[in-house]
Design a protein around this ligand. Structure first.
Ligand code: SF4
Ligand code: SF4
Length: 181
């Protein structure tokens, strides 16, 4: 029963985030518009990040876009997942074909969450992104990841933290004790 309650809380938070809209980072101004995957002819083509959906998020993606990400099983959770070298099914000639309805992992980039051995939540910025995100974006995504961390399984964050990524610089940390406040 607890698992069902947790899942529905997580889905509620995810839907709130999908409804927030997108803060314009200025990626298009520098012709760099395919998030962490990098576009074929775009300035960020060297960036090849994994895309990791939250438990249940692939269902939201399917509702919004009529198609979903390949999925894999992580500690009992079925999650949408693209490995760093794997192209995105929504890549349209180097551009995001579902921009505005794309995953939380993509819309949060270049801010990236992880957890340490204590379970503290660490928010970092990817050093490969050529943009310095505006303060409104940073504030929004630190808060979004704080909300998600409170309701999503810690095993998901542990898995997310283990997947290889480009160099990161930590910018915020929330103590594990806060997760259950
Ligand atoms: S977030 Fe960074 S890497 Fe992604 S499209 Fe924008 S500028 Fe490029
Ligand atoms: S959903 Fe869009 S932003 Fe995310 S990896 Fe695919 S093409 Fe890029």
């Amino acid at each position: 029963m607890a698992k069902i309650a947790t899942d529905s809380q997580l889905t509620k938070v995810m839907r709130e985030i999908y409804n927030q809209g997108i803060i314009n980072l200025g990626c298009d101004a520098i012709n760099c518009f395919l998030c962490a995957k990098g576009g074929r002819l775009k300035a960020c083509e060297r960036i090849k990040e994994a895309v990791i959906l939250l438990p249940g998020e692939n269902q939201i993606i399917k509702e919004l876009n009529g198609a979903e990400f390949p999925s894999m099983n992580v500690n009992g959770f079925g999650i949408g997942f693209l490995a760093p070298e794997q192209d995105c099914p929504f890549n349209v000639d180097g551009w995001c074909g579902i921009h505005g309805k794309h995953p939380i992992d993509c819309r949060s980039f270049p801010l990236v969450p992880s957890v340490n051995e204590r379970g503290d939540l660490i928010i970092s910025i990817s050093l490969k992104c050529p943009i310095i995100p505006p303060w409104d974006f940073v504030k929004l995504w630190v808060e979004n990841w704080r909300k998600l961390w409170k309701v999503a399984p810690i095993e998901w964050f542990a898995f997310y933290s283990m997947v290889p990524t480009n160099p990161l610089k930590p910018i915020a940390m929330l103590k594990a004790e806060e997760k259950h406040d």
